[in-house]
Design a protein around this ligand. Structure first.
Ligand SMILES: NC(=O)c1ccc[n+]([C@@H]2O[C@H](COP(=O)([O-])OP(=O)(O)OC[C@H]3O[C@@H](n4cnc5c(N)ncnc54)[C@H](O)[C@@H]3O)[C@@H](O)[C@H]2O)c1
Length: 318
């Protein structure tokens, strides 16, 4: 049996990865400090996983957690652009120092490979669309700088120590268990949960900003491919993980109106500092070398996500 260590396992993406690894019959060890992650996200699988409440800054505990592990999927981070602008030091400690600790622990435990949750924010506001991995990164926020530093550390640990690493640049991920209550969460979780209870959602800016929204199941697929694709094609490299299509926030709101049956309007707030205007991924490198093609399109993912929030709300009422 293969053992996967998932950092950030109590978070939105980490908890989806844990379910997928268990579903394929493998073993999950999970690490999280429960800062933004929640025990409820892993409650129904708690008896099947080896969960350890550990902070990435605790190198000794991370070293213990890496013992006997085959693959690491490194998802733990403070995942927020606005938070990183308010507290660049805290962002750096969790997202850069934490990542270096994880790499040291994985190297020392002779882990076979590490996948890393990077971000489309490393591209910044460069006008070229779609964004492809050969472009010069132009990170704006401290969060984006930390993700790029993480990528460079991944590459460095491959080149200096032979630890195989794969950086995955996620483009706006959405799906079940994304926390809608956090002020920093993805826009879709907020829109959906507000529209389902008849509350007006808020668009920051004019609504013409566009995103390559990506259903979480595609991210799961990319991480599993990242662990198992041939090293000569993927080790030390970065890959886009996206749907390869973009939609404006205004159009997203219209699609959601149809799915949720919401009949109200929308509020507009000020632009958010550090946010990029347009985002769209080129997927040819991921298709060719990682073997990745998105399996779930935007609207199908949106329907599944709405259904999930509906069932959660019904369960909370019962
Ligand atoms: N959701 C997206 O759209 C998106 C896009 C690009 C990149 N990412 C990246 O994907 C990863 C997962 O994001 P998510 O959306 O699931 O967020 P999330 O907040 O749900 O998950 C992050 C998890 O990391 C944990 N964590 C944070 N700091 C930690 C620390 N110092 N030690 C141990 N655990 C710690 C949190 O408690 C949480 O469970 C993050 O690295 C994020 O930056 C997410």
């Amino acid at each position: 049996m293969t053992t996967y260590l998932i950092t950030g396992v109590a978070g939105f993406i980490g908890s989806s990865l844990a379910r997928a690894v268990l579903a394929q019959g493998d073993r999950v060890r999970g690490v999280d400090n429960l800062s933004t992650g929640r025990r409820e996200n892993i409650a129904e699988i708690a008896h099947q996983i080896d969960f350890r409440e550990i902070d990435l800054l605790d190198l000794e505990k991370l070293q213990e957690a890496c013992q006997g592990v085959d693959y690491v999927m490194h998802q733990a981070a403070i995942p927020s652009v606005p938070k990183s602008i308010m507290d660049p030091g805290g962002n750096n400690r969790a997202n850069v120092d934490g990542t270096v600790n994880l790499l040291i622990a994985a190297r020392d435990a002779k882990v076979k490979r590490v996948t890393f949750a990077s971000s489309s924010s490393v591209y910044g506001n460069t006008p070229t669309l779609p964004k492809h991995e050969e472009m010069t990164p132009d990170p704006i926020s401290p969060y984006a700088v930390a993700k790029l530093a993480g990528e460079y550390y991944m590459n460095s640990f491959y080149r200096c120590y032979g630890l195989e690493t794969v950086a995955l640049r996620y483009f706006n991920i959405f799906g079940p268990r994304q926390d809608p209550s956090s002020p920093y969460t993805g826009v879709l979780a907020k829109f959906i949960t507000q529209m389902l209870v008849g509350e007006e959602p808020t668009i920051f800016g004019d609504g013409q900003q566009s995103r390559d929204f990506t259903f979480v199941e595609n991210v799961v697929q990319a991480n599993l491919l990242g662990c198992h694709a041939p090293a000569e094609k993927v080790a030390g490299r970065a890959f886009n993980v996206a749907t390869g299509q973009r939609i404006t926030l205004t159009d997203t709101f219209e699609v959601l109106k149809k799915i949720t049956g919401y009949t109200g309007g929308i509020k507009h707030g000020p632009d958010r500092r550090g946010d990029v205007r347009h985002s769209l991924a080129e997927l040819s490198r991921s298709e060719r070398d990682l073997g990745y093609t998105p399996r779930v399109d935007f609207e199908t993912g949106l329907r599944r996500t709405v259904e999930w929030y509906e069932s959660e709300m019904a369960a909370a009422k019962a």
